[in-house]
Structures are given as structure tokens and as C-alpha cells.
Ligand binder design. Sequence first.
Ligand code: 6PG
Length: 246
Amino acid sequence: MPSQRTIEVMATAADLFHAAAEEFIRAARTAIGAQGRFTVALSGGSTPKALYSLLASSYASFAWNRVFLFFGDERHVPPTDPESNYRMVQESLLSKIAIPPENVFRVSAENPDAAAAAADYEAQLRKFFELKPNEFPRFDLVLLGMGPDGHTASLFPDSAALEEQSRLVVANWVEKFKTHRITFTFPVLNRAAEIVFLASGPDKAEMIHQVLEGENSAPLPSQRVQPSDGKLLWMLDEAAAAKLKR
Ligand code: 6PG
């Protein structure tokens, strides 16, 4: 079990996203104060959209020129596609803040060759973090969600990417969706200084209970997120935490 796992439960979804925005900005201020920059990997799906909108509306004047945004995973679709995580972030955050375009690192998921898109994104990470071979990046913050099957980023149960230990980014075939997803691997996630899981709503309650309290024979992907030298924070609303023993 990671050295520092914290679970915070907020009364409502609105309270959850306010607390998550404050945590984002707190982590950003700390990193910028210490290193002059803040590196963050954003999560996709539907849950974080309200967080991104709140960051845009409540922190528009933040020092976004010191913030470097990456994507923890991406769907294998062009950036204009309704399924695109980039599009969701562009519409809810990027289009509303003064962040230099060179500070935003998008997955070239329009590339029909998903493995090539993953390799390209890995190259972008290696260049930005000035990594030597066999080195991994250390993000200041990684935002994650959790799916009803316990997946996180695009690390789905029974998928090949779960066992990847050397690459930073892979194209992961997801059988149930019959498509590839481009995703960070566990070594990248688990080297972060801070990881924040966001989960909201009653649909997540059973899996939240399994992931945080369950004794599963094989750990679920979300249970394998254990920062080796970092903070792990689960931010939930009451509905998502409803089945937790408290
Ligand atoms: C994605 C995400 C994925 C997401 C979960 C939860 O690209 O879909 O990165 O890991 O966080 O599927 O999705 P919801 O927030 O939509 O429930």
C-alpha cells in the first residue's frame, strides 16, 4: 500500500470540483515556486470536464505560461472528434485561458497508426523532460479517473499495456471497444510527485469500494496506481463514496 494515500469526500459534485480546482492550483503554485514550472498530465472522460471549466472561470489569470499540460491518455481519434480528450480540454479550458500553445502537448491521435502516435508522444515526453535512456519523467501532478471496470487512464483490465515496464506511452488495444487507446504506462504514473483520482456519482460507488477496500485476487488497474515517492489523493463526492466503510 502506498506510503501516503488520502481519501477526501465532499458532500456534492460541485464541492468536489471546487476542492479539486484548489488542489490543482495549490500543487501548481508549489511546483512553480520550487522549479519555476508545473507539469501536469490531464485525465479524459466526462468527470474532469467540470474541473477544467472551473479552472478556466475561477483561475483565468493564473500563471498559465508556467504550466505544461500533457494528456495521460487519448482516444484514437482526430482532435475534432467528439470522443477526443484533447477536444474536451480545448473546449472546457484551453480556449478560455492564456496558455502558450507550445505549453500544451497533444497526442497526434489522428495518425491512423496508433503505435506511431504513441511513439511520437513518448518522444515528446523524452525531449521535454530531457530524459536519458531508461529514465522516466516525474510529473508534478497526474489527474486520473476510474472507469466502472476499475480501469484508469487507458489501462484496462486484461489489456497488454498493464505489464509494460520500459516504455512511457503505448498504443493499448481495448477489446471491448475494438479500438486502440494511447496511454501512459504505470511506470510513468507511479513516478509522479502527486496523483489525484477524481470520481463522482453513484455509478462509481461499487468500484470505488472494490478499489479502495476490496481484496481482489488480481489487483485492478486503479489499485496498481501507487506512487513510489509521491502523494496519492482520492477525491470523491458522497455519491461515489456511498459504499465505503467509514
Ligand atoms: C478516458 C479516461 C478514462 C476515464 C474513465 C472514467 O479517456 O476515458 O482517461 O480513464 O478517466 O473512463 O471516465 P468518466 O469520467 O467518463 O466516468
